[in-house]
Write a protein that binds this ligand. Structure first.
Ligand code: IPE
Ligand code: IPE
Ligand code: MG
Length: 244
């Protein structure tokens, strides 16, 4: 099925799709281009993913744009990526706003350059009343770091007497994560053929259906999203129970 179908024809459509957008560097290297060009083309594929989710009426999309480990990359590449985030937010926020998209960020935003932090805050504020699609961008994000931060927040609340130790439940823990209020991803896609999570949504992906695709991120089209959703719709989610 290459064509995007409506929710009515695909009743089990995922509520939340998360994507590890991988393969920009290899896309560029295969074309004898610099890795930086790969990231530029990767930014364009984000539009495809957003359009695809809007057409499929998927209400939550989370994109892994920069990991807490990606700071280890060469300075030139990191700077170029920061420039792209700056450019992308500036250029896309009005259009995303008109399309009814609510922009949200998870990760250690404080580590980003000051002007990118301002753009992040501005775009979140601009789009806060929208409800068609919640687009969460994971920037300087690491799942382990997020879990440690949540543990710290809970420990602080116990210390001040705001929370009893016995009241720390899975729900309480989840509500202390950056993703509080966002349902766990039903479908987690990784492009580029790699088969690992690379520290993405470790807590939240406990029962996500994983789909690994060979397409390199800059080549990702909404038809690839459709393909992953089709695969998801054919999966049997058991959550540890037995199927009926
Ligand atoms: C994903 O593409 C983008 C980021 C991690 C920022 P890569 O840059 O990891 O591309 P490959 O994996 O080297 O091909
Ligand atoms: C994961 O990709 C991070 C993003 C896509 C933003 P990486 O390319 O950084 O992951 P590894 O290094 O292959 O595990
Ligand atoms: Mg990679």
């Amino acid at each position: 099925m290459g064509i995007i179908q409506s929710k009515t024809l695909l009743p089990q459509i995922p509520e939340h799709v998360a994507i590890i957008m991988d393969g920009n560097g290899r896309w560029a290297t295969r074309r004898s281009l610099s890795r930086l060009k790969g990231h530029e083309h990767g930014a364009k594929a984000v539009r495809e993913a957003v359009k695809g989710c809007v057409e499929l009426e998927i209400p939550y999309l989370t994109l892994f744009a920069f990991s807490s480990e990606n700071w280890k990359r060469p300075e030139e590449e990191v700077n170029h990526l920061m420039g792209l985030f700056r450019f992308f937010i500036k250029r896309e926020m009005n259009e995303l706003n008109s399309a009814g998209v609510r922009i949200n960020f998870i990760g250690n935003i404080n580590k980003l350059p000051d002007d990118v932090q301002i753009l992040v805050e501005y775009s979140v504020d601009l789009t806060k009343s929208n409800s068609k699609l919640v687009l969460t961008i994971a920037l300087s994000y690491g799942g382990q770091e997020e879990i440690v931060n949540a543990a710290r927040r809970l420990a602080e609340k116990v210390k001040t007497g705001e929370l009893n130790l016995d009241d720390i439940s899975e729900e309480e823990f989840a509500s202390s994560l950056d993703t509080a209020g966002i349902p766990d991803p039903d479908l987690l896609i990784r492009t580029s053929g790699e088969k690992r999570l690379s520290n993405f949504l470790l807590w939240q992906s406990a029962y996500s259906e994983l789909v690994f695709m060979d397409v390199l991120w800059p080549d990702f089209k909404k038809e690839d999203l459709q393909q992953a959703v089709d695969e998801y719709c054919n999966r049997c989610r058991r959550y540890g129970a037995v199927s009926v």
